[in-house]
Design a binder for this molecule. Structure first.
Ligand code: C5P
Length: 234
């Protein structure tokens, strides 16, 4: 698996997104489209970014009955995204249905990864609100193993959890990790963070980086720095 940097395009309009992407003349970064942009602009934004030659991680975190997820995934697959995701809490059956829906007639499909526990959920809230009587780490590893059993490619997790997921599910099982900050940069609202260089040491496959690139004075320079530290090439 080749390491790569995914830029979180957390913008609320196509105009803002293209203004940002226009800055990249020499490279075509892998980009993440989240709910905000997708709900604002619809499938057209995915097609337009794809036409510009970018790979796309469509971060819509599906979670519904298996049949609905299967049918929705088949629509997303036709959009030709490269990676999409769902909540592992939807059960192994839902994840299997999602994979079926995602697989195209020619047998190809986008990568499918699962959210285990959102990093905004504390162990206390998980136990009290969700009535899950386990530690958060055990829950994350268990959900990751469920995702593997269902045939998924990996999970989204904090960089600090990537090691234990790899240990439990094997090094081939992908980890995609947000919460990345430069050693000398702003932390913002992220709590469990790591640098691109440390993420590389941990062995994560993809890092998802938003504001350290999108809010940088020179986003292309920040992206290249991230690539250099994480992938080892500019
Ligand atoms: O700007 P920043 O680098 O914090 O952006 C990180 C991106 O990763 C955002 O799109 C955020 O929604 C997403 N994300 C996250 N933590 C998770 C899952 C997704 O920060 N657990």
């Amino acid at each position: 698996m080749k390491r790569d940097v995914i830029i979180a395009c957390d913008f609320s309009s196509a105009e803002e997104t293209f203004q940002f992407l226009d800055k990249f003349q020499d490279e075509k970064p892998f980009v993440k489209i989240g709910m905000e942009l997708y709900y604002a602009e619809g499938p057209a934004i995915v097609k337009a970014i794809k036409e510009r030659g970018h790979r796309i991680f469509l971060d819509l975190k599906l979670h519904d009955i298996p049949n609905t997820v299967k049918k929705s995934m088949s629509v997303l697959s036709r959009l030709d995204v490269d990676m999409c995701n769902l909540h592992a809490a939807g059960t192994i059956e839902m994840m299997r249905a999602a994979l079926e829906g995602l697989t195209r007639a020619d047998g190809t499909r986008p990568l499918l990864i699962a959210v285990t526990q959102l990093t905004s959920t504390s162990e206390e809230r998980m136990q009290k609100d969700l009535l899950i009587n386990a530690t958060i780490n055990d829950t994350i590893v268990h959900y990751a193993c469920n995702a593997k059993e269902a045939g998924l490619d990996g999970v989204v997790c904090s960089p600090l959890e990537a090691g234990m997921v790899k240990e439990a599910c094997g090094s081939e099982f992908m980890t995609v990790t947000p919460g990345v900050r430069f050693a000398d940069g702003e932390v913002g609202d992220q709590v469990r963070i790591t640098t691109p260089a440390r993420a590389r040491e941990i062995g994560t496959d993809y890092i998802v980086v938003g504001r350290p690139i999108t809010a940088a004075a020179d986003p292309v320079k920040a992206y290249r720095r991230c690539m250099a530290e994480f992938v080892g090439e500019a």
